[in-house]
Ligand binder design. Structure first.
Ligand SMILES: Cc1cc2nc3c(=O)[nH]c(=O)nc-3n(C[C@H](O)[C@H](O)[C@H](O)COP(=O)(O)OP(=O)(O)OC[C@H]3O[C@@H](n4cnc5c(N)ncnc54)[C@H](O)[C@@H]3O)c2cc1C
Length: 287
């Protein structure tokens, strides 16, 4: 197996163009599992850990540009104020060791329906920046996921960054697992309330991570945006029902389809209560 180790983005893209079969490796927390279990025998690995352009984040014009290779531990410590829901999701990933290595770019590259960052990217209208020697392009997160563990990258492309709104108002992430840590989501949910718009997305509850458009439209229209009152239970219940309806989960070892739908309704109501409390009081809950 060839081990290719570029030290600049330009070099990495040139290598990927020449060797589209080379499997990118960032933190390796998915790739190494596949190699160890002999699920994959690539002819070449393309190590991205020495590419400085992938390892930084920056903000400008109300947008956070998060390099694909920034590990979760840095998202948690450095971006908790700017993108709280992504920090919340990052905190639930694996263990400290996994969070020190694993990256949002790797979560996207694996494109597992259960990946924890996906509902957050969808709810926040994130954009995925990808590049090749042919140039770069920006994809909406919902256009990135095209099937179970399949994404929209061309063979010569790499994920370079994710673009997210900076400090975009109340946002939440919640996940159900069979225990509190080191667990793949049974289901997960992310919510964002900003400027009269609602983002809502489910994870581990369909072949791909997906938005809940009917729930988003209902809530955007029904929320009493200017009010400081608590929300009526009937509104939260309807929102929860619409979120559950957006899912098309399967029965598997982690949970039944019926349980996943039920749990999504609960997560939707719960996160809405927290996000609305932040909206009406200005104080963040559970960040
Ligand atoms: C013990 C354990 C616990 C885990 N717990 C969780 C969890 O709770 N939640 C969760 O979501 N995940 C979990 N994971 C999975 C994994 O940690 C995440 O998916 C992580 O985000 C992968 O990031 P990485 O940088 O390690 O990716 P890698 O393993 O390096 O790569 C993953 C995939 O992305 C591709 N890739 C990486 N970078 C790029 C790039 N820049 N451009 C194009 N393709 C790229 C690789 O080729 C590969 O297909 C766990 C894994 C382990 C081993």
């Amino acid at each position: 197996m060839d081990f290719l180790r570029p030290t600049t983005l330009a070099e990495a893209l040139a290598v990927k163009a020449e060797r589209p079969d080379a499997v990118p490796i960032a933190g390796g927390t998915d790739v190494m599992v596949e190699l160890n279990f002999d699920h994959r025998r690539p002819d070449a690995l393309l190590d991205l850990t020495s590419v400085p352009e992938l390892a930084e984040w920056s903000t400008s014009d109300g947008t956070v540009r998060l390099g694909a290779g920034v590990p979760y531990s840095r998202v948690i410590t450095e971006l908790g104020e700017s993108v709280p829901a992504l920090a919340m999701a990052s905190r639930t990933v694996g263990s400290p060791q996994i969070r020190n290595r694993g990256t949002v770019g790797g979560n996207l590259g694996a494109a597992s329906p259960a990946g924890d960052t996906h509902p957050v990217l969808l709810a926040l209208d994130a954009r995925v920046e990808v590049a090749s020697v042919r140039g770069s392009r920006i994809l909406r997160a919902e256009d990135f996921y095209v099937g179970v563990k399949r994404h929209a990258l061309a063979p010569d492309e790499l994920i370079t960054a994710v673009h997210l709104p900076d400090n975009a108002g109340p946002q939440q992430f919640a996940k159900v697992g069979t225990r509190n840590a080191m667990v793949i989501a049974v289901c997960s949910f992310a919510l964002s309330l900003r400027d009269g718009r609602v983002g809502a997305a489910v994870g581990s509850a369909a072949p791909t991570p997906r938005r809940a458009p009917a729930a988003e439209e209902f809530l955007a229209a029904e929320l009493p945006w200017g009010s400081t009152d608590a929300l009526p239970d009937s509104l939260k219940r309807r929102f929860g029902d619409l979120v559950a309806e957006a899912a098309s989960p399967i029965d598997d070892v982690r949970g039944s389809a019926a349980y996943r739908k039920h749990a999504l309704g609960v997560l939707a109501r719960r996160t809405l209560t927290w996000a609305w409390d932040e909206h009406r009081t200005g104080e963040r809950a559970c960040a």
